[in-house]
Design a binder for this molecule. Structure first.
Ligand code: DC
Length: 684
């Protein structure tokens, strides 16, 4: 997952390949709570690992459930041993982040348990959670006789739930709950009230028009799996039969997240040109309401095939058709339609989305603001939004604010496909705080990048060249990490050729003796057939981890010799170009800015005086337990620099447009900050 302040997406032009969806958030948190309330152990397969499930898991552990992970058939599963409806701890303070799917049902379940069995529980979350309404649920629970204190603003978390052992619930009359603000209030009661249905039936009546009905279907389907057969009359009245008790199904499988699927359905419809985007984890048979997003996407022009557990989407009609749709049935996935509207002809108008205003952020306001930033014309009302795409010349390079809302980040990333809308010029998109996708899809951007392609010259490169031990390797690696980009240490390629050539006896002659032509040809052949693989910092050659050999001082000298051979440089050229991939590349070496990536967006020529470089190298070696003298290192460095500077091909020299950076007295943190500052200035 990207843990960086901002992620730059270059203009993107096509997408294809397969994505495996993470588990559904809605299903995961309901399953966890049901397993936590049941007796016995439930094995949960394909659970979503995310911020929202993490807070639920922590809460269950605090309440005395036993959670243990293990591997079954090569995949991790979670065993949850539940409370069997009996409180183990009578007191707990639960922090629930910004997870509505944890806050609402836990409030209901713990209020009921505290009333019947005694106990005190405090539930809180992040500041935004304290702005998300829960009053209608609290009102319903108070009718039942639950004692609930508002610890902040009435009607919002944080809350304290308490009761003395032996209390009773008022179940004679139906429990009444409003259904027109959030369907999670009804879900919370449905999940919790089987706790009170052992000796009498429990009736729930919905006041007002129930929104987001498909989420209630998920709740009912999962209750069924846990032995609770709720009877439903329309969407107004729900009855939990007398004698209901949670029974663990033993093992349960979590479907892929249908809301998360929406981004890839949209991706296929926009950028699956002649090739499909395949989505694994949900299919037409899904129990999740957001699967109906597929119909809306088809109405806009997506070409979709599906089967059990999979979807395949490619471009159908292009440009997409504008849509007018009441989205009450797909509240979360509907956000994706608002962004697909950027690629439609005409104005797309989405209605029935009032619930957007009480989600992770006010999503109508947020969506309108951010779509306007990329150049769209947006109108909004209390429960609707209308989006007209920018004209070709009106697309704007935008910094997308994400409001700590995973869906804002995932949706707006699709604006990077603006070249397909004919954007003139194509524009990059900056996603602020990309880490917020961790709420439901921690690896979203990795998945997006693995499917997406860009014009090569649109993929930004930062080239960092300089002499040996100037610190460019450390600097480049850290800049790459800070930007979430790929990293190429080109020196390693030359080192690997040096090591392989040496192993074949091709570098036996002293360094001063020029290599004859036959030997040069054989070394170039070694370079061309180099079998090398990178795994983070590790370097594998012919399937063997050769990191230590390759990074050794002696290999640097071998590299310096082979790198002077034009045929070797030619053999490694394409290999280096191949590192240039979405979203960007930081490359370090001697000729990154001059020869390999002459169109690099930012070129830095890093230097440090010879004494500093020798000292740094000395420290590095000593820390690895390798002995060396500073004087010896300094003369080696100077000899290598001389050879690298004076060779005929791609000699070490700054590119004409490089920024010169002497970092002799600059710390690595300062150096990274400096390069990022230059990059930001170029980006803007
Ligand atoms: O950066 P380094 O010490 O790992 O590089 C080892 C040698 O490889 C260096 O002496 C010069 C050569 N090299 C090169 O010629 N061109 C590059 N792009 C990178 C390294």
């Amino acid at each position: 997952m990207f843990s960086i302040p901002a992620l730059d997406l270059p203009p993107l032009k096509a997408a294809s390949g397969t994505v495996h969806l993470p588990g559904s958030k809605s299903i995961s948190n309901r399953v966890l709570l049901l397993a936590g309330l049941s007796a016995g152990t439930t094995t949960v397969h394909d659970l979503l690992e995310s911020d929202d499930t993490a807070v639920m898991l922590k809460a269950l552990a605090q309440l005395g459930c036993t959670l243990s992970r293990r591997v079954q058939d090569g995949r991790e599963v979670l065993d949850v041993t539940g409370l069997g409806g009996r409180l183990r701890s009578a007191q707990a303070k639960l922090f629930l982040g910004n997870a509505g799917t944890a806050m609402r049902p836990l409030t209901a379940a713990l209020a009921v348990l505290a009333t019947l069995q005694g106990g005190t529980f405090e539930l809180s979350g992040v500041p935004r959670m304290h702005e998300r309404p829960i009053g209608d649920l609290v009102d319903a629970l108070r009718q039942l006789g639950c004692r609930i204190d508002d610890l902040g603003q009435p009607g919002y978390p944080p809350l304290r739930l308490h009761g003395a052992a032996g209390g009773k619930l008022n179940l004679q009359a139906p429990v009444r709950v409003r259904g027109d603000v959030s369907s999670q209030f009804l879900t919370a009661l449905l999940l919790a009230l089987p706790l009170a249905a052992a000796t009498q039936e429990v009736m729930i009546e919905v006041e007002g028009e129930l929104i987001s009905k498909p989420y209630i279907d998920i709740t009912l389907a999962l209750l069924q799996r846990f032995g609770i057969a709720v009877q439903r009359e329309g969407w107004q009245r729900f009855t939990i039969p007398m004698g209901s008790a949670y029974a663990s199904p033993g093992s349960i499988h979590v479907e892929g997240d249908a809301s998360s699927a929406s981004y890839f359905v949209a991706l296929g419809a926009i950028a699956g040109i002649g090739q499909a985007v395949r989505i694994e984890g949900v299919g037409a048979d899904s129990i999740q309401g957001d699967i109906r997003f597929v119909e809306a996407a088809q109405a806009m022009g997506a070409a979709v095939r599906s089967g059990p557990g999979w979807l395949e989407v490619q471009r159908g009609t292009w440009p997409l058709r504008a849509l007018e749709l009441d989205c009450n049935h797909i509240p979360d996935a509907a956000m994706t339609l608002a962004v697909m509207a950027l690629y439609a002809q005409g104005t797309t108008r989405l209605t029935g989305i009032g619930s957007w205003r009480v989600k992770e952020t006010d999503r109508i306001a947020a969506m309108a603001t951010e779509l306007r930033k990329v150049g769209a014309t947006v109108d909004e009302g209390p429960d609707w939004i209308a989006v007209t795409p920018p004209l070709a010349h009106a697309w704007q390079r935008a910094r997308i604010h994400t409001y700590d809302d995973h869906r804002m980040a995932m949706c707006l990333s699709l604006a990077a496909f603006n070249p397909l809308a004919g954007a003139q010029p194509p524009v990059a998109v900056r996603i602020e705080d990309p880490r917020c996708v961790g709420k439901t899809f921690p690896d979203y951007f990795e998945a997006l990048f693995s499917l997406s392609r860009a014009q090569v010259h649109d993929i930004p490169v930062i080239a960092i060249d300089g002499p040996s031990s100037s610190g460019k390797g450390t600097l480049a690696a850290q800049v790459a990490a800070a930007l979430g980009w790929h990293y190429l240490d080109s020196g390693v390629l030359y080192r690997a050729v040096g090591v392989a050539a040496h192993a074949r006896g091709l570098l036996a002659a002293p360094a001063e003796v020029p290599l004859d032509e036959a030997t040069q040809t054989r070394i170039a052949a070694v370079a061309a057939s180099l079998n090398i693989r990178f795994e983070g910092e590790r370097v594998w050659m012919d399937g063997v981890d050769r990191t230590d050999v390759v990074r050794h001082e002696a290999s640097g000298a071998l590299a310096s010799r082979v790198s002077a051979l034009p045929a070797v440089r030619a053999a490694l050229h394409q290999r280096q170009l191949d590192f240039r991939a979405v979203p960007g590349l930081v490359a370090d070496g001697r000729d990154m800015g001059t020869v390999v990536f002459p169109d690099a967006r930012l070129k830095v020529f890093l230097t440090a005086d010879a004494a500093t470089r020798a000292e740094r190298r000395h420290k590095q070696l000593i820390s690895k337990g390798i002995s060396a003298t500073i004087e010896g290192l300094r003369s080696d460095l100077e000899a290598r620099d001389l050879r690298d500077r004076t060779r005929a091909v791609a000699p070490l020299k700054p590119a004409e447009d490089a920024v010169m950076f002497d970092n002799s007295s600059t710390s690595i943190e300062e150096s990274v900050a400096q390069v990022l500052k230059w990059w930001s200035a170029r980006w803007a």
